[in-house]
Design a protein around this ligand. Structure first.
Ligand SMILES: Cc1ncc(COP(=O)(O)O)c(C=O)c1O
Length: 507
């Protein structure tokens, strides 16, 4: 659960009272109905950047008024409002509607992990190395405004109508050319335009999965995909990765034993690990999919963002018998708010996915599709990609240099050749959630490894984004991260010293 609370450090009102009064009004409004568990004190303290005792005092005040109570093993729970305030009387109000009882689908616990992180990153004073988004300072705003203006003025009365669910035909033609540039042969009829690639994941899950169906995923993998597959009730089968991508030598056993409905892979500059799957593994994965007749979902938001050598062509480029759905997006190479993604798939899959899309949102935004056609036609997408390939390596190098400079021993990281992320491993025994708690106090954020794991793993790892912040902010963020790690290491030293000092019975 994330609780929408802001604290104002300039205000004369003490911080604990600000927190207390906001939670009080959320309870009265029914936003926090009876039975809701408040965030653990430490989590809320981290996301607000305050001391734990501040949150603790706020909770105690609420408890003293009977609005919440501490329950052993459950944390702090919102109580039912006292009767006098429910019925009759002038200042009475009816019991808030218990919305959660009406929801048909429960959302997984990991979402709250992410929501708390989102709350932390929403604070203006926090340097977020968490988000997986491009650099806003590099957005080609003037150019996008120019093409939007042109198509709107020239064709407004046509383009502001509905368009086919599969997408505006000239846009699908432009996408087919873009795909060809990546080595993927497609006709416009093989293409479905999406409201972001996240929608593609959702449509594919709805088309292919029913509760209990096994789905192969990499460990670690993109957390938005894990959430979609979990919500579909899929049984997640994790395959470990190494520096060449998914361990295809371990895949065959899963295919024979579980007969999965889908293999989900991110072979190029993977989110979160930055790893590129080798050409040999790409071939091995496809031939296993062909032998065992399993659809492959290849998610490729980052393939164009290479900073040294060009990565191997997508798996889809090797697909001769229609086993692969190729998914991509403009979110990482242009801007995420445009909400345009696309997929390439065999006709039967495009038809079925298109039908589900029609039931969901009729079609994707027409203005964005027309504007993108013009943007691509003028060669501006390729120019923008070239600019990103010049700018992002500088940010990556700045982050690597800052890590070497500011971070004490106790952390390992990789050197990705493209994409958005560095993947970090803490020394044995250190946990990234503890590091995030310390980092939150120092106003810097990243994503804990657990979020990307289909199983219980990932406690010792975390993801750093190097594209969103500019170079000075990256250096500052890593300096703060180094301080946070220093505290964790000092705690561990103290803990060890204390353990050495204790006398243990010999049994
Ligand atoms: C691997 C991967 N797939 C899909 C998405 C979703 O992107 P969008 O829906 O903005 O296209 C992301 C965004 O972080 C991603 O990293």
């Amino acid at each position: 659960l994330s609780v929408p609370i802001n604290v104002n450090r300039e205000s004369d009102e003490p911080l604990y009272l600000q927190i207390e009064s906001q939670i009080r009004s959320l309870i009265r409004l029914g936003d926090l109905p009876a039975g809701t568990r408040l965030p653990p004190e430490r989590t809320l303290a981290t996301s607000l950047g305050v001391n734990r005792t501040t949150v603790s005092t706020a909770y105690q005040e609420l408890a003293a008024d009977g609005l919440v109570e501490g329950q052993v093993g459950r944390g702090t729970i919102v109580c039912s409002l006292p009767d006098g305030r429910m019925q009759g009387g002038e200042d009475s109000f009816p019991q808030p509607l218990p919305w959660s009882e009406f929801f048909s689908v429960g959302e997984g616990g990991q979402d709250s992990l992410v929501r708390d992180l989102v709350a932390l990153c929403a604070r203006e004073d926090v340097i977020s190395l968490a988000a997986g988004v491009p650099a806003p300072d590099l957005y080609p705003i003037e150019r996008f405004a120019a093409v939007t203006d042109q198509v709107l003025k020239g064709h407004g009365s046509v383009l502001l109508q509905h368009c086919p669910t599969e997408g505006h035909l000239p846009f699908r033609e432009a996408l087919a050319e873009l795909a060809a540039g990546r080595g993927v042969a497609a006709s416009p009829g093989n293409i479905l335009v999406l409201a972001g690639s996240q929608q593609g994941l959702d449509l594919i899950a709805r088309a292919l999965l029913k509760p209990g169906d096994p789905v192969v995923v990499e460990v670690p993998t993109y957390l938005g995909a894990l959430n979609v597959f979990r919500r579909a009730g899929a049984r997640l089968l994790g395959v470990p990765m190494d520096e060449d991508g998914m361990r295809t030598d371990l895949l065959e056993r899963l295919l024979t034993r579980y007969r999965p409905q889908l293999i989900y892979t991110l072979p190029t500059f993977q989110n979160p690990s930055g790893v590129v799957m080798s050409q040999e593994r790409r071939r091995a994965l496809l031939s296993l999919a062909e032998r065992y007749q399993v659809p492959v979902l290849e998610d490729d938001p980052y393939g164009e963002l290479y900073y040294s050598e060009r990565p191997p062509a997508p798996i889809k480029s090797l697909d001769r018998h229609g086993h692969v759905i190729y998914l991509s997006t403009f979110s990482k190479i242009l801007f995420p708010g445009v909400r345009i993604g696309w997929l390439v798939a065999p006709r039967p899959a495009v038809d079925r996915l298109g039908l589900i899309k029609q039931h969901t949102d009729l079609h994707s935004n027409t203005l964005a599709q027309w504007a993108l056609v013009e943007f691509i036609r003028r060669g501006w997408l390729q120019e923008h990609l070239a600019a990103l390939r010049r700018a992002y390596p500088q940010r990556l190098q700045a982050m690597l240099a800052a890590l070497r400079e500011y971070v004490p021993d106790g952390l390992r990281w990789n050197h990705p050749g493209g994409g958005f992320f560095l993947w970090c491993h803490l020394a044995a025994g250190l946990r990234s959630t503890d590091l995030l708690a310390e980092a939150g106090q120092r106003r810097v954020a990243f994503v804990q490894g657990e979020a990307f794991h289909a199983d219980e793993g990932g406690q010792g790892s975390f993801r750093l984004n190097f594209t969103y912040q500019n170079v000075p902010a990256i250096r500052e963020g890593i300096e703060r991260l180094g301080e946070a790690l220093e505290v964790l290491l000092a705690d561990r030293r103290e803990h060890r010293a204390a353990r050495r000092g204790t006398v243990r019975p010999i049994v």
